[in-house]
Design a protein around this ligand. Structure first.
Ligand SMILES: Cc1cc2nc3c(=O)[nH]c(=O)nc-3n(C[C@H](O)[C@H](O)[C@H](O)COP(=O)(O)OP(=O)(O)OC[C@H]3O[C@@H](n4cnc5c(N)ncnc54)[C@H](O)[C@@H]3O)c2cc1C
Length: 581
């Protein structure tokens, strides 16, 4: 791996220093270093993986393996959540070259046009669907479904909505459970449409999705394989792994702050080193660590920084606020898998690159607008009005952050009313073992905050899932909807019966209690350095430049002002592809 450097081989200064070699960071580093006149350094806290099967074979993605791969994970959990019976939720976050794109479930999709148009309407010109569309395409090499697969599962696509030369592979899993047809038939019987192609923004309805999987060898396509591997030999791209950035070194120029260097260390006890920044520093440390690093560097809410004796260089109340995540709860049906089946499928994978092991997160799903699946839509929407919502923000939320939140809620309600976005994503898991519902536009907001001036102490993550009652109501009603699906003739043919929460759990109160017992995450934290106007609690402007700092950007999940009604990675690749070009 020639561009992995020892610290002693580093130059004194670089044109660009990218903090974090994950999904967004490696994309940027690759594109910036296409210009051979620019020296680019990536500093990544984690190592380079060794193409282990847990990373590369879809069957073993971290969620499927249960416990995960702690050496490639930051091993962070939320603080105990009082509203969830004091449970802490495990918040897996990649700590390796490729970041989350090496651990994720590989679903590769886009939201609806409304999801991104809302970003633009919130004060970010150019970040609507039309503005992002070329960059979605630029990041992607799309492989259409095989003829038989398309016929069996009714997969349709529009080539005009896809890229065919981009670094990230997007394809349909070689294997689909036979019961996926039952699911699609069941959804059709409930009146749910089959969209032409989610790549065009036509993502509402039930269908089989694309994954970031290489269609030839059926292995993971990540920012490591897509953006790191091809750039590894460039003399102007240096990558320092297993070193954690501890602080941005700054000076003042007129009224603005300038980043002059980046400080890093290999461990808590190691001597801290610095590398100079000629043009820009770029934070791509993810939605938990980018705000943490800003706070450690004196850029954040002064009320928080003063508690730790950190001088406030830029008072930005939004840093670490507006934490949003796609939370999930489900209805378990019968277990359709067994160990013998799995062993047979393993053999099939190694011999032919076919079978169940080519399938990461099961690919049959439905994105459902609010008013299309719940009869309680109108009353849930009433409870979502911005003036109601503000009461559910964390205590002590600064006025600009609250103002930005009100605008976000307005956008979300508008989209729900127009049925232009998904309120839930319904996943048909493992060929029918569970129907899981993921809230696409949660109104609960959490925080990420430092708890020590020691950068090696992880930030405190408080996701505050279900603190806005509408999020809980949606998950409760999703269980009722799952029961309707299980009762359809097509699903009954699979032999599925509800095992959890159990058909005896019926009242609103009991259903909510069961949701609170089970609610978890699909690991999509975002919004903590939101791209919003300054007076709305924004942290970065539409060029993703941090307010009050001359040469600092944030390029990762934390800049999303509102979560899209989709999984994250395709959007993060597009953000990183777009920001400089
Ligand atoms: C288990 C799991 C399943 C998921 N499933 C899907 C899915 O199926 N589809 C989908 O689209 N999305 C999925 N996601 C979400 C998606 O993968 C993430 O949202 C995305 O990868 C985040 O990209 P990022 O660039 O914001 O951060 P990351 O990719 O996490 O990159 C941040 C990088 O910065 C490094 N870093 C942090 N702090 C420092 C520091 N101080 N110094 C140096 N380096 C630092 C980290 O080690 C990491 O490598 C999943 C995520 C997880 C964890």
């Amino acid at each position: 791996f020639p561009s992995l450097l020892l610290r002693s081989e580093l130059q004194d200064s670089y044109d660009y220093v990218v903090v974090g070699g994950g999904t967004g960071g490696m994309t940027l580093a690759n594109r910036l270093s296409e210009d051979g006149t620019k020296m680019v350094l990536v500093i990544e806290a984690g190592p380079l993986d060794a193409y282990e099967k847990d990373i590369m074979i879809p069957r073993f993605y971290i969620g499927a393996s249960g416990a995960g791969i702690s050496k490639y994970d930051w091993n962070i959990s939320t603080i105990p959540q009082p509203q969830l019976n004091n449970r802490s939720i495990v918040m897996t976050q990649g700590k390796l070259i490729g970041g989350g794109s090496c651990l994720n479930a590989m679903v590769f999709d886009r939201g609806t046009p409304a999801d991104y148009d809302a970003w633009a309407e919130l004060g970010n010109p150019g970040w609507d669907f039309a503005g992002l569309f070329p960059y979605f395409k630029r990041s992607e090499t799309f492989t259409p479904p095989l003829e038989q697969q398309a016929a069996d599962l009714g997969i349709t696509y529009n080539p005009e909505c896809h890229g065919f030369n981009g670094p990230v592979q997007s394809s349909f899993c070689a294997y689909t459970y036979p019961t996926h047809s039952n699911f699609l038939t069941a959804m059709a019987s409930l009146g749910v449409n089959r969209p032409l192609d989610q790549g065009c923004g036509d993502s509402l309805g039930a269908y089989v999705t694309t994954h970031s999987i290489h269609p030839t060898n059926q292995s993971r396509s990540s920012s490591r394989t897509a953006y790191y591997d091809p750039a590894v030999g460039r003399p102007n791209l240096h990558v320092l792994t297993e070193h954690q950035v501890t602080k941005l070194v700054t000076t003042k120029q007129d009224s603005k702050v300038v980043v002059t260097a980046v400080e890093y260390a290999s461990s808590k006890d190691a001597t801290k080193q610095t590398v100079n920044v000629k043009e820009e520093a770029i934070l791509s440390a993810g939605a938990l660590h980018s705000p943490h690093l800003l706070q450690l560097s004196g850029i954040g809410p002064s009320s928080l920084l003063s508690q730790y004796g950190i001088e406030t260089l830029v008072d930005l109340p939004g840093v670490g606020h507006n934490l949003q995540d796609h939370c999930v709860s489900g209805t378990a049906a019968s277990d359709l898998n067994n160990a013998t089946f799995d062993a047979e499928q393993g053999e099939l994978y190694y011999n032919e690159r076919q079978g169940r092991w080519t399938d990461g997160l099961p690919s049959a799903l439905a994105f459902m607008p609010l008013l299309n699946w719940t009869n309680l839509g109108e009353s849930i929407l009433q409870g979502m009005t911005p003036s109601n919502a503000i009461a559910y923000l964390p205590d002590g939320t600064d006025a600009p952050v609250a103002a930005g939140y009100m605008s976000q809620v307005e956008s979300v309600v508008k989209m729900h009313r127009a049925r232009s976005t998904a309120a839930q994503e319904l996943m048909y898991l493992n060929g029918g073992t569970a129907f899981i519902s993921i809230i696409m536009h949660p109104l609960s907001r959490g925080t990420v905050s430092l708890t020590s001036i020691d950068p090696f102490v992880n930030p405190l993550v408080d996701t505050r899932y279900l603190t806005h009652p509408a999020d809980g109501q949606l998950l409760v009603d999703a269980i009722r909807y799952n029961r309707e699906i299980i009762a359809t003739e097509a699903i009954q043919q699979t032999g599925a019966v509800e095992v959890s929460p159990g058909p005896e759990v019926i009242s609103e109160k009991d259903l909510l209690a069961s949701v609170k017992k089970s609610v978890s995450t699909v690991w999509h934290p975002s919004g903590t350095c939101a791209m919003l106007p300054y007076e709305q609690g924004g942290v970065v402007d539409p060029d993703l430049m941090v307010y009050g700092v001359l040469n600092l950007r944030v390029v990762d999940a934390s800049v999303m002002p509102i979560l899209p009604g989709a999984h994250m990675q395709a959007t993060i690749y597009a953000i990183a592809e777009k920001v400089f070009f």
